[in-house]
Write a protein that binds this ligand. Structure first.
Ligand code: NAP
Length: 269
C-alpha cells in the first residue's frame, strides 16, 4: 500500500481524502491518503519523517506552502518561480517540491470562462495560494495585479511588479472586474465571516473564492447578491489534486478526468 497525505495546521475542512480516494479507484492504485495535522514548531520533524515512513507523496496546505520549501532536497523550476509548494514527491529518497495550485487555478478559470488577459485583477491576501494565483495572472497577461494585504511592507517582500493596498483603500478600486479571495476568511468553521462587504463587491463583475468548504462562502453569497459571476474553489482543488497524482505516479491524465472527479465529488458532499 502506497502512503500519501496532506500536511497542514488544521485539516477538519479538507476534502482531499475523498478526491484522492476517487483518483486511486480510477487508477487502480492501492493507496491511502492520510491527514497530517502539524503545529508550526513540529513541521520540520514531520517533514523529516517522510523518508523514514516512505511516504510517496504529500500535499501541503495552509499555512505551510512557503515555509516547507526550506526542507526540500529540490524544488521544481516552476515552484521556485512561484515561491510556494503544495505538492511533495519522494523520489530516490529525495523530497522534491512542486506547485500544482497554479495548474488547478488555471483549469478553474478555463472551466468557468473567466478571462484574465488584459484585466486588472484584485487578489486578497499574500500567502502561499496567492503566490500561485499571482504568477498565473502574470503569465496570462493580466494588465495589473493589485494585492490587498494587512501588511504592505511584508507583502512587498514576497511579490514583484504588483500594486499593494490595504483593505481600507479597496473601496477606491473601481476599474477592476475580477476579485480573488486567497485568504482563509469564511472557511469552515468560521462561515459567518466575509473578508469584504457588498459595497466593495459591487465594483466587480467576477468574484472567485479559493475556499471550497463551504462551497458557497459568505463572500460568494454577497457577490451573487450584487450580481457578480461567482466561482468557488472546488474545481481548483480537484485540478491541483489530479496534477499531484500525475507527479506521484508518473502518469498523464486527460483533462476530462477533472470534470469526472468533480461531478462525482459534488454528488457525495
Ligand atoms: P496562507 O499561506 O496562510 O495565506 C493566507 C493569507 O491570507 C495570509 O498570507 C494573509 O495575507 C491572509 N490572511 C490570513 N489571515 C487573515 C485574517 N485574519 N484577515 C485577513 N487576511 C488574512 O494560506 P494559503 O495556503 O494561501 O490558503 C489560503 C486559502 O486558500 C485557504 O482558505 C485555502 O484553503 C484556500 N486554498 C484553496 C485551494 C483550492 O484548491 N481550492 C488551493 C490553495 C488554497 P496578508 O498577511 O497579506 O493579509
Amino acid at each position: 500500500m502506497n502512503i500519501y497525505g496532506l500536511l497542514g495546521k488544521k485539516l477538519g475542512h479538507s476534502l482531499s481524502p475523498e478526491i484522492h480516494k476517487l483518483i486511486f479507484e480510477k487508477l487502480n492504485v492501492n493507496g491511502i491518503y492520510n491527514l497530517y495535522e502539524v503545529s508550526e514548531n513540529n513541521i520540520k520533524d514531520v517533514v523529516d519523517k517522510v523518508k523514514d515512513f516512505n511516504i510517496k507523496g504529500l500535499n501541503v496546505t495552509i499555512p505551510y506552502k512557503i515555509k516547507v520549501m526550506d526542507y526540500m532536497d529540490e524544488v521544481s523550476k516552476e515552484a521556485k518561480k512561484i515561491g510556494a509548494i503544495n505538492t511533495i514527491v519522494l523520489k530516490n529518497n529525495k523530497m522534491i517540491g512542486y506547485n500544482t495550485d497554479y495548474y488547478g487555478f488555471g483549469m478553474m478559470l478555463k472551466k468557468f470562462k473567466v478571462e484574465v488577459k488584459d484585466k486588472i485583477v484584485v487578489v486578497l491576501g499574500s500567502g502561499g495560494a496567492s503566490k500561485a494565483v499571482v504568477q498565473y495572472l502574470k503569465d496570462k497577461g493580466s494588465k495589473k495585479i493589485i494585492i490587498v494585504t494587512r501588511n504592505i511592507k511584508e507583502a512587498q517582500c514576497k511579490f514583484k511588479n504588483c500594486e499593494f493596498i490595504t483593505y481600507n483603500d479597496l473601496k477606491n478600486v473601481t476599474n477592476s472586474e475580477i476579485i480573488v479571495n486567497c485568504t482563509p476568511i469564511g472557511m469552515y468553521p468560521n462561515v459567518d465571516n466575509s473578508i469584504v462587504e457588498e459595497n466593495i463587491l459591487k465594483n466587480f463583475k467576477v468574484s472567485v473564492d479559493l475556499i471550497y468548504n463551504p462551497l458557497e462562502t459568505l463572500f460568494l453569497k454577497k457577490s451573487k447578491k450584487v450580481g457578480n459571476t461567482s466561482v468557488n474553489g472546488l474545481y481548483m482543488l480537484v485540478g491541483q489534486a489530479i496534477k499531484a497524482q500525475e507527479l506521484w505516479n508518473n502518469i498523464k491524465f486527460d483533462e476530462e478526468i477533472i470534470d469526472e472527479i468533480y461531478d462525482k465529488l459534488v454528488e457525495i458532499i
